[in-house]
Design a protein around this ligand. Sequence first.
Ligand code: TRP
Length: 530
Amino acid sequence: MANDLSSPNRGVWNSKLGFILAASGSAIGLGNIVFFASNAYQFGGGAFYLPYFFALFALGIPVMILEFGLGTMTRRSFPEALYRIGGRKAEFVGWWSIAAAGFITMYYIAILGWALGMMFGALGTLFEGGATAPFTPFLTPTAPDDPSAMVYFFNLITTWWPMVCVLVIWALNILILIKGTKTIEAAVRIFVPLMWVFMIVLIIRGLTLPGGTDGVLYLFTPDFEGISDPSVWKGAFSQMFFSLSLGLGTMTAYASYLPKDADQVNNSLLVSFMNCGFEFLAGVAIFSLLFAFSLNPAGTTLSLSFFVIPEGLAEFPWGVRLFGFLFFFLIVIAGLTSSISLIEGPASALIDKLGITRGKALTFILIPGVVGSLCYTLPMIIDPDLSGNGTLGLSLLDVMDHWAFNYSLLTVGLLECLMVGWVLGADTLRRAVNQHSKFYLGRWFNVMIKFIAPLLLGGVLVWSLVAEFSQPLYGSLVDLGSFNWIPNVIPFVWFFGTIAFAAYLTFGRTYPPYDLDSLPFREATPETSA
Ligand code: TRP
């Protein structure tokens, strides 16, 4: 058939279970363990939970239905799906999100590299005393029998090992992605159940420690005063988008490998609840350890998981190495099933647009990706005299994360709601999804997509930007010695880099012409009632 939308290069999931494992594996990752804990702590535990739950129902689930729906309706990756709805301008947004996914992948994998290093460290000297810091002004050696994960970590990142680890993580990603859905499915069938088991083991250990349950109370006792602060809402919205893998086209790419009759309401609910359930467990495990050992979690995003929790683990009465290893192994496998989805979104978009093979698409991503990830792990090695105490890579990562985490996902979320809501028509998507859904989506869905989600996202974005620019540029106050210019340049590189990439891919080439009436989503339009 001339207008057949399935091309030989595209994949297809073997089973619904495979898809659910892959999508929930994408959702569950560093966001659920590392970022969630640090956000929940930073925003005051109980104060974070109300905006967080609100975000799940008001934004997370509707936008996931939208992204899944787009995928099965068009059977195409995100930029092309948007192109079919709203032409070139919409496609541009799709490519912009793909570029953002690229930037995020680079530092996501750098963090995974460090986690892999810590995992091996757990079997080595991480839990032994006497660690020394490589930079005297930063940290003094610990006492001979006092293990310090922080000292260990800063020691580690000044060696070549994190670079080796980053290469290993990239290689694993490519191995898992090489045959597309086939190899992804094989990997998630092992890793996703395994990470649930490990998380349950950790949580049982955390809760059975004396004082552990206080942490749970801190996390879940609602704090109604804290929620008047808009930054808590912004934090909760960004966290929800990141955690559910929304706003970068990932879920559309994964859903495009499903048969047309997939039940996307059911899938969205399953994936969202599994993700937030896991996040809930991770929060309980981490906060119970924090309180059991009265640890001080102050510091950057990474400090809670990378220094503080290991410090708690080191005080375990038994099984210190085992639990330390398990904890970082958990982070690595949870992160791996997410990073493959961060790469698959761009890969499927390139395959669809350029008609190239998967191998070629992966190579196009691999080269800049590896270079980018290595940059975060490299600079502290080449310039040990930095007055930033060798933490240049960490500081850069923090600045990059600030811009990408807070702005790209929510901006794309806003624009995709507007495009589906007003250009395609929320009702068209709703009816198409309802055709195959057991749970009937009422007209409230249209209201969510057309009004509520855009207002919430737009409101939070405008507020953030105003707050952002009424202060010195983020990161410009950290002292990086002769590298002080870097944090100032990052937002511009990110902003103009992503725009240039998006413009190049959008306008450089046209999708092969399709007879629009043959598109699956057009079929849904004439239907009068669901
Ligand atoms: N959700 C993942 C996590 O929690 C990260 C991730 C994977 C992601 N794919 C994404 C985030 C797409 C945003 C968009 O770690």
